[in-house]
Design a protein. Sequence first.
Lengths: 364, 253
Amino acid sequence: MKEIEILVIGGGPAGLSAATAAANLGASVLVLERDGKPGGQLVKQTHKFFGSKKQYAGDRGYQIGNLLIDECEKNPKVEVWTDSTALGIYEDGVVTAEGQGKHLKIKPKKIIVATGASEKMIAFPNNDLPGIYGAGAVQTLMNVYGIVPGKRVLMIGAGNIGLIVSYQLMQAGVEIAGIIEASPTIGGYLVHASKIRRAGVPILTSHTIIEAYGQESVEGAKICQLDAQWQPIPGSEQDLNVDVICLAVGLSPLTELCFQADCQMKYVPELSGHVPIRNESLETTRPGLYVAGDVSGVEEASSAMVEGRLAGICAAYSLGYGTDEAPKLQREALAELSELRAGPAGQKTVKGIMKLMDKGGAAC
Amino acid sequence: MLNKTGVPTLEDIQTVSPSEERLKKGPVAIIECFQEIPCNPCTEACKQGAIRPMEDINNLPKLDLDKCNGCGVCLSRCPGLAIFIVDASYSDTEAIVRIPYEYYPVPQVGEKVVGLNRAGDELGTFEVSKVQSGGQKNKTYTIWLIVPQSLAMEVRGLRLRSTEIQPKETIVCRCEDITLGEIQALIKEGYSTIDEIKRAARAGMGPCQGRTCRMLIAQELAKFYSIPVGEVLMPTFRPTVKPVKLGTYAGGE
Ligand SMILES: Cc1cc2nc3c(=O)[nH]c(=O)nc-3n(C[C@H](O)[C@H](O)[C@H](O)COP(=O)(O)OP(=O)(O)OC[C@H]3O[C@@H](n4cnc5c(N)ncnc54)[C@H](O)[C@@H]3O)c2cc1C
Ligand code: SF4
Ligand code: SF4
């Protein structure tokens, strides 16, 4: 059994930032990462990120990922195990994992869960035809393996992911037949939308998919317009000739491990699903178990990095590290989070966190 | 409506449009960023202090038109690709619009490309006057387009001309299943007339007798030799104009 002070589950921006922050204060950290390479979602993000300089804004996602990996690798207090999936968190605090084909046991003093999120699916006839992908899968195919999914794509969802993956498909030479969005307005950042629109791709708000069709694989899709009550408008049907349908209809926090660990959970739509209740230090109702990043509410890499740092600092501090500097670092991280969430785009998250913490006042 | 279609409205654009007078003075940034999002690389990029620091990272960028010298650094830094540079002092009739570009292939200097407006509609064909690489790390290209003065505040995107066709999968002669790729390869080898290509590849010897492929091959030859299609030598025409069954002859005169 491996003993360690802090175990971080998930090597995305939240997990890597948590590991570096805790190690910088002196704690020994082990990071478990399911994939062959750490970096999480950042590995496949080829576009420039928003945010401020502190969160590397203006750099491309994968470049930010490489920076975070470098920082971990430079730090002798951090160990990263790739190809290692955490399988369970038990009552006695033991975490089991499958690592490079072996079953492993780990006994940490503190746990930081930073498992990210998983893609949502929607139901429509023939949604199991080959050629229907989640947006994340399309990104992995293209940006990790260099394979385009098809020739002509219908994108479902005009949130940031739908907009960005459409743009990346276009950069790979794939045609986008259109982006449809059931709600009456575009959910993603409008600068992304404008960039795609001026390349000639229609963005159809208040539109949904009726069905996909095809013999062996997708040959087309029927779509229609929705009225103010989200009901299909008769006669508005359109038939699109596409060989790929890409779903970008949102993410859900990947919280199985939190459920297992008996954290008290709450369904908060603003945070995209079931999330663990946690305090300002990101500690859940199970003492010594922290969360950070999309698993605690689907948001952005910028906030995931800051949350990771905050969780790392708090976990190390609770072990007696950084008695002098930790409180100051905590305050800085909290201030950065509220700065990121201060605008209209962050209001939803703030509302969700307030619901989660049952607080009326300011929350972070 | 911007938040329904992705196309900024006239009112949106007016809020960031410099005066005629300022435009005439020389290059200036047009920052088409109309939504409060947590983002500020443009403020950090500007070394002239023309984009004022934001009090709150969610603020909209604010440009000081007098301080901006149109250097374009902000254009290449903006993750939203929302900044353009317009230089209306270029000539009496023409202006330069600089556009961020992240597709392959990258257009060449001197190439004519299709200019697009904010809705992706084509506005005409314009010449590329300069191509700036963003460098190893940044990677965003800046493409300079020469456009008529009247379109300086309209052209915001570009597309390369002839939408690329895959020569290997594009059929030129349907009867004999001959692709554009095969025709192009023959022309390259030196086959310089339609008849030569017909003898080498059988293009034009099928049931339609060349009605589909003849002019397509002529176009390819014209392109290759840079001559008008009308000057391409036509093949010899012989009877019959359509395939005729042997039986027709047997029973006829
Ligand atoms: C298309 C797209 C565009 C985006 N654009 C932006 C942007 O411009 N700006 C921005 O700030 N954000 C952006 N984001 C959001 C950002 O990528 C995420 O919010 C961020 O990656 C969340 O970080 P995380 O560490 O919480 O989760 P993730 O990045 O998802 O990382 C979680 C990691 O945990 C691992 N893991 C999961 N379960 C286990 C387990 N049981 N055991 C071991 N490892 C496990 C996963 O393999 C993964 O590596 C974008 C996201 C997408 C999909
Ligand atoms: S073009 Fe140059 S001077 Fe003008 S705002 Fe941008 S960076 Fe500043
Ligand atoms: S960098 Fe671009 S997207 Fe970000 S605030 Fe400035 S103009 Fe807007």
